[in-house]
Design a protein around this ligand. Structure first.
Ligand code: ZN
Length: 488
């Protein structure tokens, strides 16, 4: 029996190594690879995914899981071995349902679509990307059918990204958010002149910005002995194991927020990775609990960082970086409107998967929803349906993670403030250590041991809820814009 556990861990380590090698290639593709490398890279990505998938879904692994389940049956739920077996069982059941050919096709289609999406976006021509989006929809439909679902295809996809959450539960969360946000956005629009952010657009030397951003994230706790920062079109973070966790950023001379807050956001992800226990390295537990929980860590870090800017001389700067206004681009959106961007994508993805929306009609549907939430006319598809990279790598059901991140970070923050009443003064003195240790202890170290619902319940004592986030934005933006009158 003990042998089964040992043998199972050896195979899981191999699978992890193959996936991490694939991750190094992804990082290279987004940072330094010349454009001509794309075809070779698509082949490599596809081969590695298929090899890892075949290894993981073998009959042997199934037998070993069964034996290991008996071996750990008396261990506590949160012990390393019981958790490894439980999470491996869940992943195994899902992956076994996906034919290796489909996994390889998805990896290949994802790499191959990227340059067409880039060109479509550059030229603002949706028709260039449309056939690839069509393919993404079909592949996701095949995944949903293979995995199976009771009510809606989105449930099948969501079960892989945010295990335990359902489409219905998300719809209820979004409805509560929409009801709270739309009047707040309108209130802010009536007081738009209250906040001046011209200071952020005065022109800042790009090299200095990148250097300052890196110095800042190191102060926050991002470990450069086990990390580095590069430049990419879309900022991201990626981990090859506890000893190598990288982040990227981008820089804009005329908008100060992009580089600094991009770096801080990615460092939030990076510090989460760097804090996952080495005891669960090279197992399926060594990752964030889910994209949603991952996002909560990057958002929490950014929020914490802007707090000390509230000092007297920095007050104007604090106000400027927090200016709220509806914008076309999700990644540039302010805290208030951000979740509406996600809601729009969540609705369109559901409609595409359920065959209610044809790919060619996506730009029109996008622009209509945008108008109804933000009151703005989308000028072109670059600032509309072509702006996000996700659909180009076949990623559906990933956007809700951003909203879950927002609401979970507010739930964690409420708990942190209750346990560390002097948090603001610590941060004002540049002391991030105690906060980092709290996150390490309560969140980082566990990796994927718990589902998002289990983790939030365990840390805060409550289920996932948008209420603390709604209270937070009302208080913060009510004060910034002088909106005493914003009510439910
Ligand atoms: Zn993120």
């Amino acid at each position: 029996m003990a042998d089964a556990m040992k043998r199972l861990k050896a195979i899981l380590a191999e699978v992890t190594d193959i996936q991490r090698a694939g991750a190094v290639l992804d990082w290279d593709q987004e940072t330094y690879m010349p454009p001509g490398g794309i075809q070779n890279r698509a082949d490599q990505a596809s081969t590695l995914s298929e090899v890892a998938h075949r290894r993981f879904t073998s009959d042997e692994v199934g037998l070993l899981i069964e034996e290991a389940e008996t071996a750990v049956s008396n261990e506590p739920f949160d012990s390393d071995d019981a958790s490894i077996v439980r999470v491996t069982r869940r992943d195994y059941e899902l992956d076994r349902k996906l034919p290796p050919e489909l996994v390889a096709e998805i990896a290949h289609a994802g790499s191959a679509a990227r340059p067409h999406w880039q060109r479509a976006r550059k030229e603002a021509k949706f028709e260039i990307f449309a056939p690839y989006l069509q393919r993404a929809v079909e592949l996701n439909q095949r995944v949903a059918e293979a995995l199976g679902y009771e009510k809606r295809p989105y449930d099948a996809l969501l079960n892989r990204t945010e295990p335990g959450l359902t489409t219905d539960q998300l719809e209820a969360i979004f409805e509560e958010l929409r009801t709270a946000i739309v009047p707040l956005v309108a209130g802010i629009a009536r007081h738009a002149d209250t906040v001046d952010d011209s200071v952020l657009h005065r022109g800042f030397d790009p090299d200095k910005q990148v250097k300052y951003a890196l110095e800042t994230v190191v102060k926050l706790g991002y470990d450069l002995e086990r990390g580095r920062q590069d430049i990419s079109t879309h900022p991201f973070s990626i981990a090859f194991g506890p000893g190598d966790v990288r982040i990227t950023t981008r820089v804009n001379r005329d908008f100060f927020n992009e580089c600094l807050f991009g770096s801080i956001h990615e460092a939030g992800h990076g510090m989460y990775f760097q804090g996952i226990g080495r005891n669960i390295d090279r197992t399926p537990l060594w990752d964030g609990a889910s994209p949603g929980v991952h996002e909560s860590q990057s958002r929490l870090l950014r929020e914490t960082f802007s707090e000390p800017l509230r000092g007297v001389e920095a007050e104007a700067f604090y106000r400027a970086v927090n200016k709220s206004y509806p914008s076309f681009i999700r990644v540039e959106a302010d805290e208030v409107t951000y979740n509406l961007h996600v809601l729009l994508r969540f609705e369109l993805e559901n409609d595409m998967l359920e065959g209610k929306l044809k790919v060619n009609d996506v730009p029109e549907a996008w622009n209509e929803l945008f108008k109804s939430y933000f009151g703005l006319d989308v000028p072109n598809d670059r600032e509309g349906a072509l702006q996000d990279i996700h659909w180009s790598f076949i990623g559906f059901a990933e956007f809700p993670g951003y909203t879950l991140g927002n609401i979970i970070s507010a739930q964690f923050m409420e708990k942190i403030r209750a346990e560390m009443p002097d948090l603001d003064s610590q941060i004002g003195r540049g002391e991030f250590g105690p906060l980092l240790r709290w996150l390490q202890e309560n969140v980082y170290q566990h990796g994927r041991k718990f589902t998002p619902n289990e983790l939030v319940e365990r840390v805060t004592g409550h289920p996932i809820s948008p209420k603390p986030w709604i209270a937070y934005v009302r208080k913060k933006f009510g004060a910034l814009y002088g909106l005493e009158s914003v009510k439910a």
